[in-house]
Design a protein around this ligand. Structure first.
Ligand SMILES: C[S@@+](CC[C@H](N)C(=O)[O-])C[C@H]1O[C@@H](n2cnc3c(N)ncnc32)[C@H](O)[C@@H]1O
Length: 377
């Protein structure tokens, strides 16, 4: 069976590497998604374990389409009898990228009609549409003339982690936090510092990775539990096996620092909700004077510093030079991976205080561009 997984635009290679590691398959990258072959069990494993992926879809149809009639033809072709029970309701969501003389709502309507008609001609049953709480959800994507129809096996995006009960106003998506740890090349055997930890996303994702915790196991209502290609016995056995492979919580060499007592309290709450109280060292401190707050150098620093006037940053260059030189003083030899919205200012500040920028990539957080920058001393 062919599947695709969605991720943040710019992090497709990280998702591909994770899927390849988890399933041992070849993965082909595309814009904000990756394609691969898997069994239903492999797909279930991704929903339970993957940390760089948002949703996993069964690929139902793919082909060239320039108009709604061709889209309808592609959507009507596959047999959906094996995928949808007669009593189940469905919905179609649609995305459109490029120049077309119809809207994404038109695509959703055309695909919905095709699904109803093809199911009816195979079974005599007219499927029920429920746009608010469907049993089965399809995603139709038209990028220029490339049409893709997928069946959502995940439900709500996996970036809604089970532990996130406290949200920071500038909180980082856990999918991006995990991906930054991979881009940093962080290994659980290495020490890790996030000197702007906010509600704790980066340190908690690191601890989850280090202890082989499968976040999706704790997600409620994964869509695959309502899909007939996933047997309940297979899902139960897989879940039990994955849980038995998780390590017990223990103190890790992972630290988070923040100047805000409120952010730190939120980070502690999230850490506790993750079941990892005491695994990560969270403390109040000033990232501009780190040597006062940390007693030993860390191998890797991964962080999401404040950006923009809304976060009180009137002079970003001056703030960043102070932060980056404090990191060098407190943690000589550490490598640094950070996410920021102003790559030119960040790169200049890094180079001016003795860091060498070794990598940069642009990712899209919704419609906003952000840059992940790597630097060495
Ligand atoms: C963009 S937010 C980090 C959000 C975090 N990654 C999360 O997911 O919750 C930046 C954080 O830097 C903290 N901060 C600002 N100035 C600081 C300083 N001088 N030292 C330490 N933390 C600081 C803010 O309190 C804020 O929590």
């Amino acid at each position: 069976m062919r599947f695709f997984a969605t991720t943040v635009t710019g992090l497709e290679d990280v998702a591909a590497a994770e899927i390849s590691r988890l399933l041992g398959v070849d993965v082909v990258t595309d814009v904000s998604k990756v394609f691969f072959d898997a069994s239903p069990e492999g797909c279930a494993l991704l929903n339970y374990s993957a940390k760089s992926v948002n949703k996993v879809y069964l690929l139902v149809a793919r082909g060239e389409a320039t108009g709604l009639a061709e889209i309808e033809g592609l959507a009507a072709a596959p047999s959906l009898v094996e995928l949808i029970d007669r009593g189940q309701s469905f919905a179609v969501r649609a995305e459109r990228h490029g120049e077309h003389d119809f809207t994404s709502l038109d695509i959703a309507a055309a695909v919905g009609e095709a699904i109803i008609e093809s199911y009816k001609s195979a079974t005599g049953v007219r499927l029920r549409v429920d746009l608010n709480d469907p049993d089965v959800e399809f995603l139709a994507i038209l990028r220029d003339s490339d049409f893709i129809l997928g069946l959502n096996t995940t439900g709500l995006s996996l970036h809604h982690r089970y532990y996130r009960v406290r949200h920071h106003r500038a909180g980082l998506s856990p999918t991006v936090a995990y991906s930054m740890l991979m881009i940093a090349g962080w290994q659980p055997s290495e020490s890790l510092l996030d000197p702007f930890c906010g509600s704790g996303t980066i340190p908690i994702e690191a601890a989850i990775h280090a202890l082989n915790i499968h976040p999706g196991i704790r997600m409620e209502n994964l869509a695959m539990t309502r899909l007939r290609i996933f047997s309940p016995a297979m899902l139960r056995q897989l879940k039990e096996r994955l849980m038995s492979e998780e390590e017990s919580p223990k103190p890790l060499d992972i630290a988070g620092i923040d100047a805000s007592p409120k952010a730190l309290a939120d980070a502690e709450t999230n850490l506790e909700m993750a079941g990892l109280k005491g695994c990560v060292n969270l403390s109040l401190g000033d990232a501009l004077n780190l040597e006062k707050f940390i007693k030993k150098p860390f191998s890797k620093i991964v962080c999401n510093p404040p950006f923009g006037v809304r976060m009180g940053l009137r002079d970003p260059y001056s703030f960043y030079t102070k932060a980056f030189s404090s990191m060098r003083r407190a943690s000589p030899g550490a490598s640094l991976t950070l996410i920021a919205s102003k790559p030119v200012v960040v790169a200049r500040a890094l180079e001016d205080v003795g860091w060498t920028v070794t990598g940069e990539r642009r990712i899209m957080l919704g419609s906003i561009a952000a840059h992940i920058i790597k630097a060495e001393q």
